[in-house]
Design a protein around this ligand. Sequence first.
Ligand SMILES: *[C@@H]1O[C@H](CO)[C@@H](O)[C@H](O)[C@H]1NC(C)=O
Ligand SMILES: *[C@@H]1O[C@H](CO)[C@@H](O)[C@H](O)[C@H]1NC(C)=O
Ligand SMILES: *[C@@H]1O[C@H](CO)[C@@H](O)[C@H](O)[C@H]1NC(C)=O
Ligand SMILES: *[C@@H]1O[C@H](CO)[C@@H](O)[C@H](O)[C@H]1NC(C)=O
Ligand SMILES: *[C@@H]1O[C@H](CO)[C@@H](O)[C@H](O)[C@H]1NC(C)=O
Ligand SMILES: *[C@@H]1O[C@H](CO)[C@@H](O)[C@H](O)[C@H]1NC(C)=O
Ligand SMILES: *[C@@H]1O[C@H](CO)[C@@H](O)[C@H](O)[C@H]1NC(C)=O
Length: 381
Amino acid sequence: MAFPRTFLFLVFSMLLMAVSCVQSSSHSNSSEPRGIIKATYYPSWNANLPPSAINTTLFTHIFYAFLSPSNVTFKFELSNTTAIQLSNFTTTLRYKYPTVKTLLSIGGFGEGPLFAKLASSSSSRGAFINSSLEVARKFGFDGLDLDWEYPQTPKEMDYFGVLLKEWRLAIRKEAKASNKPQLLLTAAVYFSSDFSATGGSQKYPTAAINKYLNWINVMSYDYHGSWDPSATGAQTAFFDPKSKLSSYYGLRSWLKAGIPGKKLVMGLALYGRTWTLKDPNVHSIGAPAVNAGPGNGILTYSQVEEFNKNFSATVVYDPDTISVYSFAGNYWVTYDNIATLTAKIAYAQALKLRGYFFWALSFENGWTIASQVSRGWILEE
Ligand SMILES: *[C@@H]1O[C@H](CO)[C@@H](O)[C@H](O)[C@H]1NC(C)=O
Ligand SMILES: *[C@@H]1O[C@H](CO)[C@@H](O)[C@H](O)[C@H]1NC(C)=O
Ligand SMILES: *[C@@H]1O[C@H](CO)[C@@H](O)[C@H](O)[C@H]1NC(C)=O
Ligand SMILES: *[C@@H]1O[C@H](CO)[C@@H](O)[C@H](O)[C@H]1NC(C)=O
Ligand SMILES: *[C@@H]1O[C@H](CO)[C@@H](O)[C@H](O)[C@H]1NC(C)=O
Ligand SMILES: *[C@@H]1O[C@H](CO)[C@@H](O)[C@H](O)[C@H]1NC(C)=O
Ligand SMILES: *[C@@H]1O[C@H](CO)[C@@H](O)[C@H](O)[C@H]1NC(C)=O
């Protein structure tokens, strides 16, 4: 699909000017190193892509996904198989490309209750933190990432902040004792700092985030999906004039809450979400639907390409949301392609964000998207 460069350039220039007002409310500390972040999560369960096959030149940081502590001891109790996988991951990447940093991502979707319990007492936080540092050093990771999806209540948000504080203190102490650089500490967070689509009271402890985390990975996607089977939606809408479910709303909420752009890394979805339309002739965004579509509601980017080819699907670029959808018969898919991802990272640069991350490595066939997005980040530090 054609996507005029002049349009992108125009959008980009406008945004650079338009968002300066948002930026002025955040205080950047110019003496801190910036460093663009081009990251990706690595789903360890994907046997199709061993660490040795990763094109490391495209990334600055690779997150191993996922590891969870025991829900009884809150320590990591690794099987031999997992230990070998972790060791293979860090050793292979260090050997292939020593400048790429590796982080161990802890948690993942569905682990909310575990973290709520873990974070609520000082002894479980201590056991967890110590164990996480031990695992990170043992296997040679450069950092740790917390993927708590999501703290649900004001109390859980408080615990989240306390956990970050104690974790950073332990990291500082460990670095001093071992005479090594401090481990990086990051977290994957909801698309917005202050708004929950499920109606929960969701206000992140932004002071603790600023103070104790190197940066946050903002999950700027999953705005619509088959959890609402009654209507199609743009799962990665950058803008949405009709609701708060958009990356623009979410990223601005983080900036307004006082997290500087240099601590914000924008998530890019390398997968689509699908529906079965009620009427094949009504196929716009928001069209009535009856159910999830192919792939039980979710297709990786390479599967979306297959779907489009298999069914000779009609592909539509939607300028309002900056996303793509395709449909064939009753099937409907929302996703991003190179054009929309390039536009999204132009906006991310206009907002002076630190970089981007993909969910997830191995979802595209080859490296076309990762390469073009990497080239599309044109701003230097
Ligand atoms: C800026 O960062 C440096 C290095 O991390 C730190 O020593 C200094 O206190 C920071 N200044 C402000 C104003 O935050
Ligand atoms: C801990 O996890 C196991 C396995 O997922 C589960 O069967 C068990 O009920 C959990 N225990 C607690 C105390 O949550
Ligand atoms: C795991 O590895 C340890 C140390 O190499 C070994 O002693 C143990 O037998 C292994 N356990 C299993 C279940 O393979
Ligand atoms: C990692 O695993 C692969 C495939 O099993 C193997 O070929 C490679 O030698 C291992 N690398 C390291 C550094 O252990
Ligand atoms: C964690 O490690 C620190 C320093 O090694 C130690 O003082 C502390 O007792 C440990 N805490 C737990 C809960 O194991
Ligand atoms: C596309 O067709 C191929 C060959 O029939 C099949 O293996 C694949 O699962 C199909 N993929 C999708 C997403 O429809
Ligand atoms: C890795 O990505 C770079 C940059 O796009 C590209 O030049 C190179 O051919 C890729 N390597 C492989 C093995 O695909």
